[in-house]
Design a protein around this ligand. Sequence first.
Ligand code: ADP
Ligand code: MG
Length: 309
Amino acid sequence: MENMGENLKRLMDRNQLNKRYQELMKQVKSDPDVQRFIAENRDTLTEESIQRSSSKLYEFVQEKKKFQEKKGMMAPGYRPELMLNQNKIDITYIPTPEFVARQKENQIRNRIQSIAMPKNIQEVTLADVDITEDRHVVMDKVFAFIENYLEAPKKFHKGLYLEGPFGVGKTYLLGAVAHELAENGFSTTLVHFPTFAVEMKQSIGDNTTGEKINAIKSAPILMLDDIGADSMSSWIRDDVLGVILQHRMQEALPTFFSSNFSMKQLEEEHLTISQRGEDEPLKAKRIMERIRFLAEEVSMDGKNRRHSG
Ligand code: ADP
Ligand code: MG
């Protein structure tokens, strides 16, 4: 008697399970993607092979649901799709176009190193830069640089020294150039020079000065932003900036600058007078020679674009 009861119970459980299974399979087979897939592969798939693949079909419907709800996916950014694998139904995971685009954008961003630059500088592209009438000269030079560089990245190409008042878009343009180069696989380092100079002074304490200078001086493409915005000590001028520029000249590495000063002003008003108030015109001249070798001066005028909406 007892045995009978157990058997009956097992049988009933199996019936329950069967019923549940049938319901699930009904759901799975009513899925439009499953239906379409079966219809498209009528020639290959028999009723039996579909039956045998039911767990795959079930998995597909589950993963598709997770994908649509964007929750709990095995591989986020990948969309499940049914496929035939030696006449059997299988699932393949295909990266979504958004995922591919995001990955690409991340790769691009990773090619733009920045020190103390505005947060969104890695996102500015040349397409974002509106080219007004007064921008033709500078944009011609920008495009020429990019074209020449991409054509022969190992050769020396003179960078640009963007000179102009506060807010005209110098930093923004440097960011856009870096982005364009990054899209083509080249790495740029963007440095807000005044902040970098302060960091260098602090680095004397922890002995990292040499290592920091080395990282900057050998960047494949270097952009020194806002040079001359703060007064420079002789040490920063000669042993930091001077060393960086000397190395870049020797190694023929493209270098850009942006400044509120023209080259002439930078030399006479900024680099000549040391923080202690001494006149050091020869040292200023040496630095300027290197800057002039590395970059061509272009002036950028126009309205202040900050907070103008
Ligand atoms: P600068 O470095 O010359 O002081 P920025 O590059 O910081 O000026 O530009 C100031 C602001 O103006 C930026 O935050 C940016 O949003 C905007 N801007 C600059 N140039 C452009 C441009 N060509 N097109 C659109 N917006 C710009
Ligand atoms: Mg700026």
